[in-house]
Design a protein around this ligand. Structure first.
Ligand SMILES: [Ca+2]
Ligand SMILES: [Ca+2]
Ligand SMILES: [Ca+2]
Ligand SMILES: [Ca+2]
Ligand SMILES: [Zn+2]
Length: 260
């Protein structure tokens, strides 16, 4: 039989070892305080531009994709320097940790520069995109080409984004600030979209396409979904899809006014 003192020693050794063995990523998630959470709400706006390009013998439908943060707090994701995908290389990716702010000053809305983070959650990885020359949140959007009766034809999955304040779209929202909060995508810098701002990815950006080789001319439905695997915490996860009716005519593509 082991003595009580020995059991205590064994317990303490196990406690220290378990503290060492906890993966660092798990420690990134946590609660800090009880102030009401001010979550973001990612809402895609209707696709405003489509364009066909032939690249290296591939026919590609490029599309614009714009997402607004219409929520009560900023969308903010911090990169943490570690081996997020577990491939043994800590330089090719970053762990993505979402920051949720709280109404810590009790004003009833997000107060930029004053309210602080009350909750953090691991939401994915950042990967370096050599074509863009900056870091992307690895799974921000997914695009699909459908027939008008909803049959899936082609897809572009795991579309990565550098999230930033591109465009001021809704200055009337509580918590809005006219100052850009998230600029560029420097390594280990915060990425996000401020309340009332939007991030715009245009048709000129590499990777913003669905492969459409072999698709006959005709009218189709284009579907864009933000946060497709629902990793990011929001006030509303049900408004993340935008559908656009388009016409493919040879090497020309255009947006049609009717819904789909
Ligand atoms: Ca949403
Ligand atoms: Ca890695
Ligand atoms: Ca506040
Ligand atoms: Ca979500
Ligand atoms: Zn990019």
């Amino acid at each position: 039989m082991t003595s009580p003192r020995r059991r205590v020693r064994v317990f303490l050794v196990l406690l220290v070892l378990s503290a060492i063995w906890v993966p660092s990523v798990a420690a990134r998630a946590g609660l800090r305080g009880t102030a009401p959470a001010l979550r973001p709400d990612i809402v895609p706006t209707p696709t405003s531009e489509v364009m066909i390009r032939l690249e290296d013998g591939h026919k590609r439908l490029f599309l614009s994709f714009e997402t607004e943060n219409a929520g009560s707090g900023p969308l903010e994701v911090q990169p943490v320097q570690e081996d997020c995908d577990g491939n043994g290389d800590a330089t090719d990716d970053r762990t993505a940790v979402q920051d949720i702010y709280g109404d810590t000053d009790g004003s009833g809305a997000y107060t930029p520069g004053v309210d602080t983070v009350v909750r953090t959650e691991v939401v994915g990885c950042f990967e370096f995109d050599p074509d863009h020359g900056h870091w992307h949140f690895d799974n921000y959007a997914r695009y699909r080409l459908l027939t008008l009766n909803g049959r899936r034809l082609r897809a572009q999955s795991k579309v990565g984004f550098c999230m930033l304040d591109s465009l001021s779209v809704d200055p009337g929202l509580p918590g809005y600030s006219s100052t850009r909060g998230y600029i560029g995508c420097p390594d280990l810098g915060l990425q996000g979209i401020s309340v009332g701002w939007a991030d715009v990815y245009g048709t000129n950006i590499p990777g913003q396409f669905i492969p459409i080789g072999g698709i006959p001319d005709g009218t189709y439905c284009l579907l864009g979904r933000a946060d497709p695997d629902n990793r990011l915490m929001e006030t509303d996860d049900a408004n993340n899809v935008v559908r656009t009716r388009i016409l493919i005519d040879g090497t020309a593509a255009s947006i049609r006014p009717k819904a789909c």
